[in-house]
Design a protein around this ligand. Structure first.
Ligand code: MG
Length: 378
């Protein structure tokens, strides 16, 4: 074996970790890299875009009909990786803030895209916050690396693509008639996610139960502020085939949440209260599990680490999303074989997707065989 080829095999093994060993896949990687070399620089480009929602989307704290996103691309030796930042307004990022952040990212100084760990930790260090902007670089870089390796990320990570969960479909807060209508329209989905946290909570659940007995998960988006009331609601929900409760109380009420989790008959999942890897350990004992979203945690690399840490702490894991195109949804879906529940319906809620990738077939997250994150432009 030539020294060049040995180096490339080493690179491939280092990127892939223990899950990507031997066989055809590594040989393909070696051939691809040796024919392409590592001489040129990566180029990042981006453009703002606005997603239009099919329905007005109402949660405990806000309503909206559009979501701003920024679509990124990283090009290297004729191969392009796709990424995306999605910025629901209540999280504080915007078209302007994401573009300002991305203008400070200089990928030209790296030898090749395989230095994921150091590139992404440098990007993270540019400024605090900006998780969606950071995720848009992370996703494009992962897509690029997967394409250069000719492998989808579930293969690189060593996950079984057939072990993806069913995704829930989200029903926002609305009148009973609209809720019944939306429930009927969502007949393909095996789990419904219901937004609660206002004084119409029981009405919402009863409207759904009048037309469907499918399992429900609920998300109160911090809407319940009294722990006794929250526990009473959870018991009421438990009798109506609700399987877990997401962020029932404000994230700042840590002691109340721990009290509730200890007594709850169903898992209590932290979403707003768990952003990044460093929050997972703090969430242990406060919540039964965590909801990981690429736009909160800066992307696929950190999400993967969060899953591993949460599992080590024997916590439940859910993977969620914002309203996003099929680009970011596809990226998140590669982690879904490792989670208990998926809420990856973001691209199904919009009218103007610009990618096709991971789909939902008969309610199940269905990964494509394409390399990288598997998203292609429409
Ligand atoms: Mg949530």
């Amino acid at each position: 074996m030539s020294p060049t080829r040995r180096n490339f095999l080493k690179t491939a093994a280092a990127i892939a970790g223990t899950s990507f060993v031997g066989g055809t896949a590594v040989r393909t990687v070696a051939r691809t890299l040796s024919s392409k070399g590592t001489g040129s620089a990566m180029k990042l480009s981006y453009r703002p875009y606005t997603l239009e929602l099919k329905h007005v989307f109402t949660i405990a704290t806000s309503s909206r009909t559009t979501t701003p996103v920024v679509l990124t691309e990283i090009e290297y030796e004729g191969v392009t990786g796709y990424g995306e930042a999605s910025m629901p307004p209540y999280l504080g990022e915007s078209h302007e803030s994401v573009q300002a952040f991305l203008s400070k990212v200089d990928l030209g100084k790296y030898k090749n895209p395989f230095e994921l760990e150091s590139i992404l930790s440098d990007v993270d260090a540019i400024a605090p916050g900006n998780p969606a902007a950071k995720a848009s670089v992370d996703i494009a870089l992962h897509d690029l690396v997967g394409k250069l390796m000719h492998q989808p990320w579930y293969n690189i990570w060593g996950f079984d693509k057939n072990r993806t969960p069913n995704t829930s479909f989200t029903i926002g807060i609305d009148t009973p008639d609209v809720v019944r209508q939306k429930t009927k329209e969502a007949s393909e989905f095996k789990i419904l996610k219901v937004k609660l946290g206002r004084d119409t909570d029981k009405e919402m659940i009863e409207a759904i139960r009048s037309v469907s007995d499918r399992p429900i998960c609920i998300d109160a988006n911090q809407g319940w502020t009294k722990k006794e009331m929250a526990l009473e609601m959870i018991h009421w929900l438990n009798e109506r085939n609700v399987i877990f409760a997401e962020q029932p109380m404000p994230k700042t009420q840590v002691d109340d949440l721990a009290w509730l989790t200890e007594r709850s008959p169903m898992p209590v999942i932290g979403d707003e209260g768990v952003q990044r890897l460093s929050d997972v350990y703090k969430a242990h004992g406060v919540y039964s599990g965590i909801n990981i979203k690429l736009m909160k945690c800066t992307g696929m690399r950190e999400a993967h680490k969060m899953i591993i840490l949460a599992r080590a702490l024997k916590m439940k894991v859910m993977i969620g999303c914002m309203t996003e195109t099929s680009c970011a949804i596809s990226a998140a879906s590669h982690l879904s074989p490792m989670v208990d529940w998926a809420d990856l319906d973001g691209a199904l809620l919009i009218k103007n997707d610009v990618y096709s990738g991971t789909t939902v077939i008969d309610g199940k997250v269905t990964l494509s065989d394409r390399p990288g994150i598997g998203a292609i432009k429409l």
